[in-house]
Design a protein around this ligand. Structure first.
Ligand code: NDP
Length: 285
């Protein structure tokens, strides 16, 4: 992935420094193709100092929107005209949408996750343990709270980050969240419905890294999800599947946020299976 907005527009052009195709580009262009749209989704690296000009350029060239990645998720906000609800709570934008003459910042990461969870477990009323307190955990916790999850437990190695996230959920949503320090192997309590690994543990090239969870506390009713898209079958998900748990891999969240971006930009529903197939061709299934 590159550290720059992934611009998408209707016409092909030359903007800044196009970089090698990334998985999001492959996924979104597969979705356009499946929908018969001659649209492009381009990956463009933008230095932090050039962000204002890049957003101005997107306005000038009539882009329907763009995604942005770290480090632009926070900095882009001051260049936009407004924020959607979850982006406003999180203070982070990963998806910008042109509405009339305005560029509005949305956050589709968390909703991408809740949409991938929904076919297996309704987030409403769910008791969820989230491992991690970084950007992905923040997005997932916020969206679960907005979807009516009944209890969120944030487990993180660095206490200050975990406490900040639990406080954010308590103060800005109707849900309640508790922070639990992560020491040794986490034992998942028997009344937990969903366990989410939202840390970067297991990301390639450390694909076999172990998430410190007591494997014998993974009951077969527990839904186990992992945000890691590469490799999709993480060690945690393999352990969970061996114990009979329903599992959701990181491609589910990636496709979920892509579906939302596609809808925002085109006003149409994409074919998620074409998007997932394109990602599986990159990462393996
Ligand atoms: P951040 O750097 O913001 O957060 C990383 C989190 O992982 C922190 O909570 C950190 O804990 C924790 N962590 C990292 N290493 C360890 C370790 N060895 N032991 C315990 N905790 C650890 O990253 P993001 O939240 O932005 O991204 C996390 C992952 O989510 C990435 O791998 C990314 O690829 C994936 N992701 C997937 C998406 C998808 O669509 N599938 C979308 C967005 C992200 P601490 O605070 O203690 O440092």
């Amino acid at each position: 992935m590159t550290d720059g907005p992934n611009f998408k527009q209707e016409l092909t052009g030359v903007f800044g420094q196009p970089v090698a195709e990334n998985p999001s580009q492959v996924m979104m262009e597969a979705a356009y193709q499946a929908a018969g749209l001659a649209w492009r989704y381009l990956t463009i690296e933008v230095a932090p100092a050039d962000l204002a000009s890049a957003v101005q350029g997107a306005r000038a060239m009539g882009f329907r929107g763009f995604n942005c990645t770290i480090p632009h998720k926070l900095a882009v906000i001051e260049h936009l005209d407004g924020l959607g609800e979850s982006a406003s709570i999180m203070g982070a934008v990963n998806c910008v949408v042109r509405r009339g003459d305005e560029l509005i910042g949305e956050n589709t990461d968390g909703r991408g996750f809740t949409e991938s969870l929904r076919p297996i477990r309704d987030p409403a009323g769910a008791r969820v343990v989230i491992l991690g307190a970084g950007g992905a955990a923040r997005a997932i916790a916020t969206e679960l709270a907005l979807s009516g999850a009944s209890r969120l437990t944030i487990v993180n190695r660095t206490a200050s980050r975990g406490e900040d996230l639990a406080r954010l959920i308590d103060e800005k949503t109707d849900a309640s969240a508790t922070f639990v320090p992560w020491t040794g192997d986490l034992v998942v309590a028997e009344d937990v419905d969903v366990l989410v690994n939202a840390t970067s543990i297991g990301l390639s090239p450390d694909g076999d890294a172990r998430v410190a969870v007591a494997e014998d506390s993974l009951r077969s009713e527990l839904v186990v999800a992992d945000v890691i898209p590469n490799p999709p079958r993480t060690r945690l998900l393999r352990s969970a599947a061996e114990r009979g748990c329903p599992t959701i891999d990181g491609l589910g969240m990636l496709v979920g946020q892509g579906v939302l971006g596609f809808r925002y930009w085109t006003g149409q529903d994409p074919d998620p299976s074409a998007m997932r197939a394109a990602l599986e061709a990159v990462f393996g299934g």
